[in-house]
Design a protein around this ligand. Structure first.
Ligand code: HEM
Length: 396
């Protein structure tokens, strides 16, 4: 079993982890891997029903400091790593700025950005889809939501990339990890400055809204929590969506029949984006959770304090939940994939990510008659954030 887990970080596993997931799920849907430089091991969950149960189980916690594990950076103070009641409080606060009305208002602007980026991809001829489209689209969108000035985008994109590179224990070196910590601190200090600025000159952006909440209600939102929230929104808001766009394009260009179905029937764009999310999940593994008390799962007993990793990418290919799970089907329904997580930590930005995915495909299909690969795609060496570093394409 441990070999199967290690293989996920090997070149073959990074190229295609799904056969490994199937093997793990068949051998033992819940199993203990006794290795880890941090906490001595972890349970790996690969079955859909068990993944769903763990994500919804209030006995399984997120906050590592409750387990006596070392406190990390401000990122660790963000709601992603908190349990109720702190999680409930933080999510309630961000919900005041992150409303359905805010998301609905974004649609025309997202369309404009999509078109602006596509102008180049189409005019230039062969292009790297990642650098020309998949990366900038979500970066511009989240930057505008947060109110990060356009001239700072390239810098925070770089910090975010370095932060993410250090998240994967299977592939990151200790140097990559320490650079990742440093980038997190740089991001926090960047937001510290931006928050001060927005207090003096508030705008209509989310950082202004949150900064005003901290000021008015300091005992409900501490400064560290506010910084953690900004870093979380920034990182969660684009590293993932970028891979939805890249992985989705890769799945489609490899299947001309599915591409053709989508071109003929645009009502399939909505289910197609869900299928892109399921088939090659941008986040392959949920963040670590810890058994807060003894929990029994599929006959396996987890002791208090033990770590649990939910393999979302594996659950999404569970044949018990998805008929013919390795088939990419743009019309798949129902499609209750786990790519946005589930339970109280379910992705806050899912409506934004879906809007970007649907708008991108609507305009790509309207503005092109063919899309082809134009070189060899380069996979990113990260077993958690699954995506491409480069995806050379030709749009015509
Ligand atoms: C395709 C794109 C996206 C994917 C696949 C994705 C995936 C996820 C997943 C799996 C989680 C739960 C992690 C866990 O429970 O361990 C999550 C949480 C979160 N996501 Fe996303 N996400 C995406 C886009 C976004 C966007 C665009 C934003 C912000 C605008 C965002 C903000 C967040 C936040 C704030 C959380 C933490 C929620 C909480 O702890 O209550 N995400 N996301």
């Amino acid at each position: 079993m441990i070999d199967l887990v290690r293989a996920l970080g090997s070149p073959g596993g990074l190229a295609d982890p799904y056969p490994l997931y199937h093997e793990m799920r068949r051998e033992a849907p819940v199993f203990w891997v006794p290795y880890d430089q941090y906490d001595g091991g972890r349970f790996i969950i690969t079955r859909y029903d068990l993944a769903d149960a763990v994500l919804k189980d209030s006995r399984i916690w997120k906050d590592a400091s409750r387990m006596g594990y070392q406190e990390g950076t401000v990122f660790g103070k963000s709601m992603l790593f908190q349990d109720p009641p702190d999680h409930t409080r933080l999510r309630g606060l961000v919900n005041r700025g992150f409303t359905p009305a805010m998301v609905a208002q974004l649609a025309p602007r997202v369309r404009e950005i999509v078109d602006f980026l596509l102008d180049d991809v189409i005019a230039v001829g062969p292009a790297d889809f990642m650098t020309a489209f998949a990366m900038p689209l979500p970066v511009i969108v989240i930057a505008e939501i947060l109110g990060v000035p356009a001239e700072d985008r390239a810098q925070f994109r770089e910090w975010s990339r370095v932060l993410i590179a250090g998240t994967d224990v299977l592939t990151a070196s200790s140097e990559t990890e320490s650079r990742s910590m440093e980038a997190t601190m740089q991001l926090a200090s960047y937001f510290d400055g931006l928050i001060r600025e927005r207090r003096r000159h508030p705008g209509v952006d989310l950082v202004s809204t949150l900064a005003a909440l901290e000021e008015a209600d300091g005992d409900r939102l501490s400064h560290e929590e506010l910084l953690g929230m900004c870093v979380l929104l920034l990182v969660a808001g684009h590293e993932t969506t970028m891979n939805l766009l890249g992985n989705g394009l890769f799945a489609l260009v490899a299947r001309p029949d599915e591409m053709g179905r989508l071109r003929r029937d645009k009502t399939l764009i909505e289910p197609a984006v869900e299928e892109m999310l399921r088939y090659d999940a941008p986040v392959q593994q949920g963040t670590f959770r810890y058994a807060g008390e003894a929990v029994e799962l599929a006959g396996v007993r987890m002791e208090p304090g033990q770590t649990v990793a939910v393999m979302l990418g594996a659950a999404n290919r569970d044949p018990e939940q998805f008929p013919d799970p390795d088939r990419f089907d743009v019309a798949r329904r129902p499609n209750r994939h786990l790519s946005f997580g589930r339970g109280i930590h379910v992705c806050l930005g899912a409506p934004v990510a879906r809007l970007e995915g649907r708008m991108a495909w609507t305009r790509i299909l309207e503005r092109t008659s063919s899309i082809e690969l134009d070189g060899t795609p380069i996979r990113r060496p990260n077993s958690i954030f699954r995506g491409f570093d480069a995806l050379p394409v030709r749009f015509s």
